[in-house]
Design a protein around this ligand. Sequence first.
Ligand code: NAI
Length: 367
Amino acid sequence: MTALKNQSETKIYPPESADPGTLRGRLVAVIGYGNQGRAQALNLRDNGVAVIIGNNADGYAERAAEDGFEVLDIPTAVVRAEIVMLLIPDEVLTAVFEERVKPHLKPGSALVFASGYNIAFGLIQVPADVDVILLAPRMIGVGIRERFLTGEGFYCLVGVEQDASGTAEEIMQALTWAIGGLQKPAIAVTFKQEAALDLFNEQAFGPAFGRVLLTAISVLLEKGLPPEAVLVEMYISEEMAYTYQKMAQAGLVRQTLFHSPTSQYGAMSRGTRFLRMGLRRRMSRIFDEIERGDFAREWSGAFARLKFKVIKYFAMRQSINRVENQVREALAMQPFEGYQPAKDINAILEDPEIQEHLKTFRETFEF
Ligand code: NAI
């Protein structure tokens, strides 16, 4: 591998850099009360910020009301607030923003995104008279709440895309503090950089890592090792998660010092055999596709929705799922509550959305 360049021109916001007073007298509307919405709203309130929730009348709205928040429909919440935090999934935000947020924004208010996606790929056009702020925690919702309560904090990627008020940066810093994200330094990025990083991690590192893991499991099973021992070794023990934690604490390479000399020698001496896997070329291509907006265009199209359902059907039927079920039962592990068995392929084809796409395809192409 070529040596890594040290490109440290990055702007870093240190923990003490916010002025919490910036938020005084400004009402914050948290739009969406899911993973991020709930955690951020609770932290904001605990830090003394006035918060209302804008949400559809669904289970999330009920949860927000149970937590003691005033819950309004999305347009009403936007009309009332000076700061609007958009915490609904990126793929639904595009339409929700156009129809229920944009027409109700007050000039001089601030719009806050937790992901760069929609702005980076031009899917949302913001009015010129509002601040556009990025506040993207690098932490799942439950972690945001837990780490706020323990005082441990979490990292955030932050930025200002449009500074209509002249104070967007101060608002961004104060909000980062108020959601609990300035107990650690925050890192400045553009919306495009945040989106590219996030998508690259999901599309290049994640699948490459998954492929390596699956290949290792498959080789070990083929060699006749007991599946229970294989899955425990590879991930069920959570040893790998612990190694990741040590990477964060000690360093990517330095964490090897926590392993035995046999482990260190074995890993370092064999590591060179995996040098030429073609990873760099493939990963670089994925990055370029993301950066050009090819992926966002593909994912916005109807065909990708159809493809997604079909790919997911096959992914959920991979043999690892069967091996896992057997191993989990043998080890008396709790069933995973969030798991929904994959639908039958015929049920997928009968799905009204799929039927609609198929109808369009049939009308477009002659069979
Ligand atoms: P989520 O899936 O938990 O969002 C659920 C919320 O969205 C609910 O309040 C629901 O009522 C609302 N919602 C869903 N469909 C809707 C529709 N069609 N119209 C109106 N409201 C709808 O979303 P999550 O995971 O909290 O993500 C929110 C934002 O935070 C996204 O921009 C995401 O990229 C970003 N983010 C998420 C992280 C995570 O760990 N989940 C980490 C960092 C950023």
